[in-house]
Write a protein that binds this ligand. Structure first.
Ligand SMILES: [Zn+2]
Ligand SMILES: [Zn+2]
Length: 250
């Protein structure tokens, strides 16, 4: 399994794209699709028309907005330039309503020459080819269903928090994971609501007995402090401060 970080920042971060991750198993999976991650996907030379599954953690714009130019372009491509495989959009409660509304409302979006499928997840595992996906509800925003994803392929496990504050389900999501990819929005000394801070990221990795902790989803203020060191006060394993276009092999 291989992870490429397409975006390690948030909506209006001046130097980092917002949330987006590319995961290589026997499938090519996209985890979240925030602003500026489509540009990074193109930079690394991945054929965007080969993407068949996108998994969304929740629908705050910093995890979702680049779906719009991506899909607009996919529809154009399928009508004028070539064929693309069907697309499955996976996410928490509200997934079907959101995408059906977008496809019915935005000009040209209903003209795709490929099938679009929707899957709303509960805390129940499912397979994409040989890759096992286990979504788990996490605590983030009171008005929103938000999930993290535990992804297993071969004998490796990657856990992605999406946006989450410290909660029991987050520990279960990351239990014995080879890699825990966590929302590190804030430094430990400047925490914010609904998200982990760097110290809590270390605590989650420690309590879950993860091998490697990857910090990501940085607000600009997180870049003013040594979040890696802050996480290391609680966690003895390997800690990586995420960067756009960084690739990590599991
Ligand atoms: Zn959010
Ligand atoms: Zn976010």
């Amino acid at each position: 399994m291989r992870l490429t970080i397409l975006g390690s920042g948030t909506n209006t971060h001046p130097t980092r794209a917002a949330s987006g991750y590319l995961l290589y198993t026997s499938q090519l999976l996209l985890l979240d699709f925030g602003p500026r991650t489509l540009m990074n996907l193109m930079r690394i030379g991945v054929d965007r028309h080969s993407i068949t599954h996108i998994l969304f953690s929740h629908y705050h714009a910093d995890h979702f907005a680049d779906f719009i130019p991506f899909f607009f372009d996919a529809v154009f491509f399928s009508n004028h330039l070539g064929t693309r495989p069907d697309l499955t959009l996976i996410g928490p409660h509200g997934t079907k309503k959101l995408f059906r509304t977008l496809i019915q409302t935005l000009p040209g979006f209903d003209k795709a020459r490929f099938a679009v499928r929707f899957k709303e997840v509960s805390d129940r595992s499912f397979m994409i080819g040989h890759t096992k996906i286990s979504p788990r509800t996490v605590v983030h925003s009171p008005s929103l269903h938000s999930v993290g994803y535990r992804i297993e392929y071969g004998n490796k496990v990657l856990a992605y928090s999406g946006d989450a504050q410290y909660c029991k389900n987050l520990i279960r999501l990351c239990e014995d994971a080879n890699l825990a990819l966590l929302d590190c929005s804030f430094p430990a000394n400047k925490p914010g609501r609904g998200h982990l801070h760097a110290g809590e990221c270390g605590l989650v990795a420690k309590e879950a007995s993860a091998d490697c902790l990857v910090l990501s989803h940085f607000y600009p203020i997180a870049d003013r402090y040594n979040v890696r060191e802050q996480a290391g006060e609680r966690f003895d394993g390997r800690i990586v401060a995420g960067k756009d276009l960084m690739t990590i092999k599991l």
